[in-house]
Design a protein around this ligand. Structure first.
Ligand code: SF4
Ligand code: SF4
Length: 88
């Protein structure tokens, strides 16, 4: 089961402040992170992990604010957030 993420990127977000790294082998495809992301950066992959589960992935076309909401809500700690250095 998969569904399309229809959230729109925030108009104020013009550039990513970071990005999530999602471990596809830990992800169980619960979609909690997708629902939690205020920017709509996340979606279920069309690919599956070794357990046959479609995993969450980052859509680089949508700027990530590095708010960590996805990482906090993930029950399996499958997400790490990398913040970009400012001023570069
Ligand atoms: S919340 Fe965690 S386990 Fe659930 S889809 Fe997102 S990364 Fe996967
Ligand atoms: S850190 Fe925030 S903006 Fe970035 S993918 Fe996670 S929930 Fe979305």
């Amino acid at each position: 089961m998969s569904k399309t993420n229809t959230k729109k990127a925030s108009p104020a977000a013009t550039a990513s402040k970071g990005r999530p790294r999602i471990d596809p082998e830990i992800c169980k495809g619960c979609e909690l992170c997708i629902e939690a992301c205020p920017e709509g950066c996340l979606k279920l992959s069309v690919h599956s992990n070794s357990q046959g589960v479609p995993y969450a992935e980052y859509d680089p076309a949508v700027p990530c604010t590095a708010c960590k909401s996805c990482a906090v809500i993930c029950p399996d700690c499958a997400i790490e957030i990398y913040k970009f250095e400012s001023g570069v």
